[in-house]
Write a protein that binds this ligand. Structure first.
Ligand code: C5P
Length: 408
């Protein structure tokens, strides 16, 4: 998906070893469809050359406030006038200081001060742990927050200097996700949301089990869309191979019972619960502790099934007087979706149900979904799962803001 198509990003580099990651970030932005204008401080040019950044961005790089290539010689104004965002990555301790004080002593800092008010400034700090923790830096960082500047990271871990701790710049793919998220409406700001995703795995013995074809893609897309919308997201996930969306807390489970236990442990604190997981209806009641052997007489093992708890219905029954958590279910049917979807919403006792045709969605990157609520149903036409997930989050936010009890 070209998530940044049509976006113009000014990528500012200040001095730091993490400049090597800025090369990959520049590439990630352009691959996502953005046009990138690189601006470097003099210090940054000691870590990576303008030649590399020009080759990756496909544009001449600006490093000098007095650059004669700009016809009116006002690069600090011209460069940001049609920008959608300024991203400073890496942002050094000293550059944070400059931003906090409105300094204008090089092109990048002057450009940041001169940016139009509607152009967001997003920074990715990168520095030694002591420099990050220094009270002077923390004062400046707080000032940037107060000024409405968005700060991504930093992360903790091994540092180029050999020390360990907070101060590492986020990885390019994480920054890409954060910048994409910054363009989304924060319709769930301040909300806590729990999502189940993926299949479950019901053991038969230590090496075998029963599972299903759910890839987890839709649940993970919903988790990412919820995070992008500003929610605090807990993702309770069955076994899948997908990366965790940045900023989402994942709890790994295998069986339906484990999923049930993980959900129940924390669901009462949630504003919204979305059950996307394809939970096995039955588990093996007589699962073996040791690997089952073939019977010499050729008979199959005598497996007994028992029903798993219905996680969604149990949570829906706990919804409190304030309407928390607002419950959303998914239904994967193989036919007659409009009727089965409406029936299932009633049966589960939930305000919103998302219906889809199981074999048209499992493992696919796109899908068609139908939303069922008390007023009937609405079809969301075929699109990739992240687009549908964002539409779903927007629909949920509209419904919870209309819900008078929920608002209290
Ligand atoms: O009844 P059915 O399995 O078709 O319902 C599907 C919906 O219920 C999905 O949202 C699924 O995540 C949820 N579910 C659940 N616990 C179960 C079975 C289904 O939460 N044991």
């Amino acid at each position: 998906m070209m998530e940044l198509t049509g976006k113009k990003i000014v990528l500012g580099l200040s001095g730091g070893v993490a400049c090597y990651k800025a090369a990959e970030l520049c590439r990630a932005f352009t691959k996502a469809g953005a046009s990138v204008q690189v601006v470097m401080t003099e210090a940054a040019t000691h870590f990576i050359t303008a030649v590399t950044m020009q080759a990756l961005s496909g544009r001449q790089v600006y490093t000098d406030q007095w650059d004669p290539r700009v016809s009116n010689n006002m690069a600090h104004i011209d460069v940001t006038r049609d920008a959608d965002a300024i991203v400073v990555a890496p942002c050094s301790t000293d550059f944070i200081r400059k931003l906090a004080h409105g300094a204008c002593d090089d092109l990048l800092s002057t450009m940041c001060v001169a940016r139009p008010r509607h152009v967001p400034l997003l920074i990715a700090p990168a520095m030694n742990v002591e420099m990050w923790q220094n009270p002077a830096t923390q004062r400046n960082v707080q000032q940037l927050r107060d000024d409405g500047i968005t700060i991504f990271g930093p992360a903790a871990g091994d540092q180029a200097c050999g020390e360990v701790g907070l101060g590492r710049m986020l990885e390019p793919e994480q920054l890409l996700e954060e910048v994409i998220a910054s363009f989304q409406q924060k319709v769930l700001a301040g909300k806590r949301i729990m999502i189940t995703a993926g299949p479950t795995f019901e053991p038969i013995d230590p090496v075998r089990g029963i599972t299903n074809l759910s890839s987890g893609k839709m649940g993970y897309a919903v988790a990412r869309a919820a995070r992008e919308a500003g929610a605090e997201v807990t993702l309770v996930s069955g076994p899948v191979t997908l990366p965790v969306p940045f900023g989402v807390q994942r709890i790994n489970v295998q069986s339906a019972q484990q999923m049930f236990d993980a959900v129940m442990a924390d669901v009462d604190h949630q504003h919204i619960f979305i059950a996307v997981a394809a939970v096995a209806d039955w588990r093996i009641a007589n699962a073996s502790e040791q690997k089952l052997k073939k019977n010499p007489d050729g008979t199959a093992p005598d497996l007994k099934f028992e029903q798993n708890p219905d996680i969604l219905a149990t949570v829906a029954a706990r919804t409190n007087l304030a309407g928390h958590p607002y419950c959303v279910g998914f239904a994967a049917e193989s036919e007659n979706l409009v009727k089965f979807g409406a029936d299932k919403r009633e049966k589960k006792g939930i305000p919103l149900l998302v219906g889809n045709i199981g074999h048209h969605t499992f493992g696919q990157d796109d899908n068609t979904i139908i939303l069922f609520d008390e007023n009937g149903h609405t079809i969301l036409p075929r699109a990739d799962k992240l687009t549908l997930a964002r539409q779903l989050i927007s629909e949920i936010s509209k419904r919870i803001s209309q819900h008078s009890l929920f608002a209290k």
